[in-house]
Write a protein that binds this ligand. Structure first.
Ligand SMILES: Nc1ncnc2c1ncn2[C@@H]1O[C@H](COP(=O)(O)OP(=O)(O)O)[C@@H](O)[C@H]1O
Ligand SMILES: [Mg+2]
Length: 170
C-alpha cells in the first residue's frame, strides 16, 4: 500500500485545474524548470508535476497523489489496475508502486515519490544518444505490457540510477 486514505481525502479537496495553473505560473525562466509550489493553507503539500490528463501533488509524508484534470478520465483507475498485472521490473526499468483510493467517488491515485528529472539538467532525450537509447529500450520492453507512452516525462530514477516508470496509465 502506498499513501493513506486520510491524505487521499485531503488531495481530493484540491481543484486539479487550479493546481495546474499555479504550477505553470511558478515556472522558473532563469533555470528553465518547473519548481514545486506550496499549496496555500495546507502545510507540507506541494504541486510537483502536470501531464496532459493529471496533476501530481506531493504530501507531507512524501507520497505523490494524482488528480484528474477532467472528471471523465479513467487514468487513475487504469493505472491502479495495470499495476496489479505488471511485474516490479520491466527490462532495465522499475515500475513505481501505486494504490488507488476512492474518495466520494473521486479516484485518487497514490504513488511512491520518485526523483525527477530523468535526464540530467541540460540534457534531453533528443540530443543525447545514450539517454535516447535507454528510453527506446524501455519503450520497447514496455510494449509487451501495452504501455505506449514511455518518454522522459514519464520516467524518474532511483538513487542508484535505475530508471523508474511513473506513468503507466496507457
Ligand atoms: N511518482 C512520481 N514521482 C515524482 N513525480 C511524479 C510522479 N508521478 C507523476 N509525477 C510528475 O507529475 C507529472 C504528471 O503525472 P503523470 O502521471 O505523467 O500524468 P499524465 O497521465 O497526465 O501524463 C509527471 O510528468 C511528473 O512530472
Ligand atoms: Mg505522463
Amino acid at each position: 500500500m502506498v499513501g493513506t486514505f486520510e491524505e487521499a481525502q485531503v488531495a481530493a479537496t484540491f481543484d486539479a485545474c487550479e493546481m495546474r495553473t499555479m504550477f505553470i505560473s511558478n515556472y522558473d525562466y532563469e533555470s528553465s524548470s518547473y519548481l514545486p509550489i506550496a499549496i496555500p493553507g495546507h502545510d507540507g503539500w506541494f504541486v510537483i508535476g502536470k501531464g496532459s490528463t493529471r496533476v501530481a501533488v506531493l504530501s507531507p509524508s512524501n507520497v505523490i497523489y494524482k488528480l484528474h484534470l477532467y472528471n471523465e478520465g479513467p487514468f487513475n483507475q487504469r493505472e491502479a489496475s495495470y499495476r496489479k498485472s505488471l511485474p516490479d521490473v520491466i527490462g532495465i526499468c522499475r515500475v513505481a508502486d501505486s494504490t488507488l483510493y476512492n474518495v466520494d467517488d473521486e479516484p485518487v491515485l497514490a504513488m511512491e515519490y520518485i526523483e525527477l528529472p530523468f535526464a540530467p539538467k541540460g540534457q534531453n532525450s533528443w540530443d543525447d544518444d545514450s539517454l535516447n537509447k535507454e528510453i527506446v529500450r524501455i519503450e520497447a520492453d514496455c510494449l509487451e505490457y501495452e504501455i505506449y507512452d514511455v518518454h522522459d516525462g514519464n520516467l524518474g530514477r532511483d538513487k542508484d540510477g535505475t530508471p523508474v516508470l511513473i506513468d503507466y496509465a496507457g
